[in-house]
Design a protein around this ligand. Sequence first.
Ligand code: DAT
Ligand code: MG
Length: 140
Amino acid sequence: TPAERTLVLVKPDGVARGLTGEVLRRVEAKGYRIVALEMRTADDALLAEHYAEHQGKPFFAPLVEFMRSGPVVAAVVEGGRVIEGFRSLAGTTEPTGAAPGTIRGDLGRDWGTSVVQNLVHGSDSPESAAREIGLWFPAL
Ligand code: DAT
Ligand code: MG
């Protein structure tokens, strides 16, 4: 079977805290391959599409505001079962409860801020991955 691809974002908190290298190190150490990589500051239009599933929820506006507050590092990562595998590396959404050994469990903070700042995004299904890769890397 052909290798899967997923979209990984190092969110503004991760970039600001100097954790981009640590996140990408864990991705590569697991055996996944980075096939595209770009730093950029996302605008509202991109984020509204990226987080379309969350439109209308109470945390949507603060989430978008946080996500455009600084540059993010976007990567397309390839490997066997990488969609599930990166979600496993990332840990659960809320860092306080995320398992030690995961990116969010080891490094994430979800206190003292109005939105969950959990360092990374990873696509949650093959459909999401295809959609999100198309949004962030239309040339791919
Ligand atoms: P994940 O990033 O683990 O896929 P998600 O897709 O459900 O989680 O939500 C996207 C982001 O929105 C998440 O990383 C942090 C934020 N978020 C989710 N649920 C939230 C909530 N109940 N309150 C505040 N922020 C939330
Ligand atoms: Mg999600």
